[in-house]
Ligand binder design. Structure first.
Ligand code: SAH
Length: 398
């Protein structure tokens, strides 16, 4: 189908922005179906601008696959994009890492889709039904471009909703195996440490690869410290802290399955289980309990889930971050280090830094941010909306 868009949208496409919103479309050749290829031409000269997936159920109506130069969208096209994505990740493999994000959505040319590698298992996660019409070519491209034994399909929360009927319309289920056989739990190596992840049921695709560099920094800072890992999930930060010579670790998470997996990850790396204390609790209540017990920590990592994915949640998110800073400061030893992370895309790096330092100053502390980070190389930021992760490494100032 052919499409014409408003001039602001034309400009955005020329600059490489990968989204066309519903309200930007001024003309379309016919009513498109989900996953149809939509070709956008400029209104002046009728030149090719971009081609993308038509997505009538989403306000991001066209998700761009290719801009500027026309290309045929087929298996070969996908193979080329996958090879380029793999090439970017090669430095990770030489670091002793076999689990990483192989495709990060738009930034790797595959809008609303991620592909994570866990050793020989690939996990493909779809965030739009528009990919389903291309799944056959996509899977064939994966087989041609990459080496793996098993391919697991994950569906975003929206795709799992009854409204979209993905199961009955297309016969696809979250956690389904498309190729090979996998038990739920797969092992992989990250920076030389062993982890197991439940790729069929775990959060995201089973593990948060996006924190790899921050975990490595925590490992380098952990020597001799008592560490508190808040929102520990399956223990990424906890295991790195032990690897870095932490004296002890307290891990707080509300989910028992996550804490069980944490214990398994600690054991996989041969660390002493007595060095780790698991606290199954709501983080806010758990931290209050630790404060009452007068505990102190030399390194505190706070990595909460995204509090604000919608504008409407912003106020609540800000309050939650503030509260977490206040609580964490009461547990921080004088020479302690606080690592505050946020994966809320609606809060940028600088506003987050301001929020954290202000919350500290309201609580009567001066917090110096001595280091900060954004995305690792397997989460490239191809356009502004792709950026969501930031972590601040802070210590108390005088
Ligand atoms: N730090 C982890 C990722 C954290 S994901 C890592 O590096 O792998 C967020 C975690 O927060 C999930 O495990 C979820 O169970 C937990 N969680 C969500 N809300 C919570 C709450 N109110 N209190 C404690 N844990 C919570």
């Amino acid at each position: 189908m052919s499409i014409r868009v408003k001039s602001a949208a034309e400009r955005a496409l020329r600059q490489g922005h990968p989204w066309v919103f519903e309200e930007s479309i001024v003309k379309q050749s016919h009513l498109g179906g989900t996953g149809d290829l939509a070709v956008i031409y400029d209104r002046d000269k009728n030149n090719f601008l971009a081609v993308g997936l038509y997505d009538p159920l989403s306000p991001i109506r066209i998700k761009v696959l290719q801009a500027r130069q026309p290309r045929k969208i087929n298996r070969q096209f996908f193979i080329g994009k996958l090879a380029a994505a793999q090439e970017k990740r090669n430095p990770l493999i030489s670091q002793g890492t076999t689990g990483y994000r192989l495709v990060y959505g738009e930034s790797d040319g595959f809008p609303a889709l991620v592909l994570d590698r866990y050793g020989e298992t690939l996990v493909l996660k779809l965030y739009t039904t528009a990919w389903i019409a291309h799944l056959h070519d996509l899977v064939a491209a994966l087989q041609a471009a990459l080496q793996f034994d098993t391919l697991v399909l994950r569906l975003s929360r929206a795709l799992q909703s009854d409204r979209l009927n993905v199961a009955s319309l297309y016969g696809l289920r979250d956690g389904q195996q498309l190729i090979g056989e996998a038990s739920g739990s797969v092992q992989f190596v990250e920076n030389g440490l062993l982890f197991a992840a439940d790729v069929r049921r775990g959060h995201k695709t089973g593990f948060f690869f996006d924190q790899r560099e921050n975990r490595q920094r925590v490992r380098e800072l952990a020597e001799g410290r008592r560490v508190l890992d808040v929102f520990s999930y399956t223990g990424g930060f906890s295991v790195y802290a032990l690897a870095g010579g932490a004296r002890s670790v307290v891990a707080v998470d509300v989910s028992q399955p996550a804490l069980d997996a944490l214990q398994q990850n600690v054991a996989l790396n041969g660390y002493d289980q007595t060095q780790i204390e698991e606290l199954r609790a709501d983080a806010f209540a758990g931290l209050r309990g630790l404060i009452e017990a007068r505990r102190k920590f030399g390194l505190i990592v706070v990595d909460p889930p995204a509090f604000a994915n919608r504008r409407a949640n912003m106020g609540d998110a800000v309050l939650a971050y503030r509260r977490l800073v206040e609580l964490a400061l009461q547990l921080l030893a004088e020479d302690g280090i606080l690592v505050m992370s946020s994966c809320s895309s609606r809060i940028g790096h600088d506003p987050f830094k301001q929020l954290v330092t202000r919350a500290a100053s309201v609580a009567g502390h001066k917090l110096e941010v001595f280091d900060s980070s954004t995305h690792g190389l397997d989460h490239p930021i191809g356009f502004p909306e792709a950026a969501y992760l930031k972590a601040l490494f802070c210590r108390l100032g005088s």
